[in-house]
Design a protein around this ligand. Structure first.
Ligand code: CU
Length: 219
C-alpha cells in the first residue's frame, strides 16, 4: 500500500510543482493554508501533523475544496489545485483515521471533472447503446463519445473502436461499481457488455490514463 502511495505521490509531485504557483496564490482556510505550507516545504511529517491536530475539521475542509472545484467561476488550473490538495489531505486523513470516504469523494470529483455533461442513451436498431472511441483529431485523442451515458438496467452497451490503436478498460470499483472489465479492443472491432445491475460505473483505460468514461445505470 505504501509503495503504491509513493509512486502515486511521485507522479503527482510533478503536477503539483507545475501548479505550485496557483496553489500558493489561492485563498485558503487556516487549516488548508497550514497544510499547503507543509506540503510546499516537502515536509510530510508537518503535513501529517496538521491533519492530526485538526482531525475534526478535515472532512469539512476537504469537502469545501471539492465543492470549490465544481464552481464555474474558478479556472481549470485552480480546480485542479483544489482537487490535488483535497486528495492529498484525504490520503493523510486515511493514514491518521483509517477512514477512506474522503479519498473516494476526492477521486470521484477528479473523475467527474474529466466527463462531459450526462447524455441519456437511445438504443440503436440493434438494441444497443454505442460508445465510440474515435481517431485522434487536432484537439483530442484517446476519448470516448459519449463519455457520460445514462442507460437502464438490462441494457447493453457496445464500445466501438474506430481509432487506430487498441483500448482496454475497466470500471473503477473504489468509487463506483466494479465488474466491467474489457479485453483488448483492437482497432476496427467492438465489445459489448450488458449491465444487469444499476449503479454508477466509472471506467478508465489501462493504456491511456486520462481516457475515462461513466455509465449510470438506472433501475
Ligand atoms: Cu485507451
Amino acid at each position: 500500500m505504501h509503495k503504491k502511495r509513493l509512486a502515486h505521490t511521485l507522479t503527482l509531485t510533478v503536477v503539483f510543482l507545475l501548479s505550485l504557483f496557483t496553489i500558493a496564490n489561492a485563498e485558503y482556510s487556516t487549516v488548508v493554508s497550514e497544510y499547503v505550507k507543509a506540503y510546499e516545504l516537502n515536509d510530510e511529517g508537518a503535513a501529517l501533523k496538521v491533519i492530526e491536530e485538526n482531525v475534526e475539521a478535515v472532512p469539512s475542509e476537504v469537502k469545501a475544496l471539492i465543492y470549490r472545484s465544481y464552481s464555474p467561476k474558478e479556472t481549470q488550473e485552480k480546480k485542479d489545485a483544489y482537487l490535488f490538495i483535497a486528495e492529498q489531505m484525504a490520503m493523510d486523513y486515511k493514514d491518521v483515521t483509517g477512514e477512506i470516504d474522503l479519498i473516494k469523494e476526492s477521486k470521484r470529483a477528479i473523475f467527474e471533472q474529466k466527463l462531459d455533461k450526462e447524455v441519456v442513451g437511445v438504443l440503436n436498431k440493434d438494441k444497443v447503446h454505442i460508445i465510440d472511441s474515435p481517431k485522434e483529431t487536432a484537439t483530442q485523442k484517446n476519448y470516448f463519445v459519449p463519455n457520460n451515458l445514462v442507460i437502464k438496467a438490462g441494457e447493453t452497451v457496445r464500445w466501438s473502436n474506430t481509432d487506430d490503436i487498441a483500448h482496454l478498460f475497466a470500471s473503477f470499483s473504489i468509487i463506483g461499481k466494479g465488474g466491467l472489465f474489457t479485453p483488448n479492443i483492437a482497432p476496427g472491432t467492438h465489445w459489448e457488455y450488458t449491465f444487469a445491475e444499476s449503479g454508477e460505473y466509472y471506467y478508465l483505460c489501462f493504456i491511456h490514463k486520462g481516457m475515462v468514461g461513466k455509465i449510470r445505470v438506472e433501475e
